[in-house]
Design a protein around this ligand. Structure first.
Ligand code: 5RP
Length: 250
């Protein structure tokens, strides 16, 4: 049995000239409206789509439509946004189980497996989102792919210590060697540094990855790899917005 599909057609007004930003806002707002209730512990993702969910949560708390919420941000920038909106924050140290986590994604395949981390927040995102009873992914339809690894980087967070060695080790792995090239993510002329003071190697595949689980396992076996951007078997539902309307896939 494949994922179930529930399609809500766009109203006549939303069918015309909807920008990508508007699509992100639609799914961000819908995720909070449909999945967040008073009293919940909520995981807040990172990125331009997740920012709309954070915005909606802040609005509903301010309006008194939601009460007794605590939230766990997945990056420093999400923490700052949530704080600016008055969203009460906690951490996994005090709350190891979340009712729901909401986040964007870079790629979503037909089995609802994901590539995440092009925004650099993969480690905190995965740490928080694996602890959620429901993980709701919010995307515009450009993120839906037939197979992972086709639209851009597959990020791997690594330690700065001997990062060139770790990058070479990654590029020799089965499922990576001959299939992908690797590039240390840069921020100007310096390596990009994550919220956890690590580096990122971006893997670029030319074809969809044949055995994603095998590549994920191989990466997990490399000492020096902190986390990879495959989010496998984690998704509860994907809310997708496109020109034709919003779909909920689960
Ligand atoms: C950050 C992420 C983001 O969720 C992902 O990059 C999607 O971002 P956006 O909604 O801006 O397209 O994984 O690490």
């Amino acid at each position: 049995n494949g994922p179930a599909l529930c399609v809500q057609r766009a109203s006549s007004t939303t069918r015309f000239a909807v920008s990508q930003d508007e699509l992100k806002k639609q799914v961000g707002y819908k995720s909070v409206d449909d999945y967040v209730q008073s009293g919940m512990v909520v995981g807040l993702g990172t990125g331009s789509t997740a920012a709309f969910a954070v915005e909606r949560l802040g609005m509903k708390l301010k309006a008194g439509e939601l009460k007794d919420i605590v939230a766990i941000p997945t990056s420093i920038r999400t923490k700052e946004q949530a704080e600016s909106l008055g969203v009460p924050l906690v951490t996994l140290d005090s709350h190891s189980v979340l009712d729901v986590a909401i986040d964007g994604a870079d790629e979503v395949d037909p089995a609802l497996n994901l590539v995440k981390g092009r925004g650099g927040a993969l480690l905190r995102e995965k740490m928080v989102e694996v602890c959620a009873k429901k993980f709701i992914v919010i995307v515009d339809d450009s993120k839906m792919v037939p197979g992972l690894g086709v639209t851009g980087a597959m990020p791997v967070e690594i330690t700065p210590f001997c990062h060139e060695h770790t990058q070479r080790t990654i590029l020799e792995l089965p499922g990576v060697k001959g299939a992908a090239t690797g590039k240390l993510r840069m921020d100007g002329d310096k390596p990009y540094v994550t919220d956890n003071d690590n580096y990122i190697v971006d893997l670029y595949y030319t074809d969809p990855i044949a055995d994603v689980k095998a590549v994920a396992r191989a990466l997990e076996g490399v000492v020096g790899v902190v986390e990879h951007g495959f989010f496998l078997d984690m998704t509860t539902a994907v809310i997708v917005a496109g020109k034709e309307g919003i779909e909920v896939i689960n």
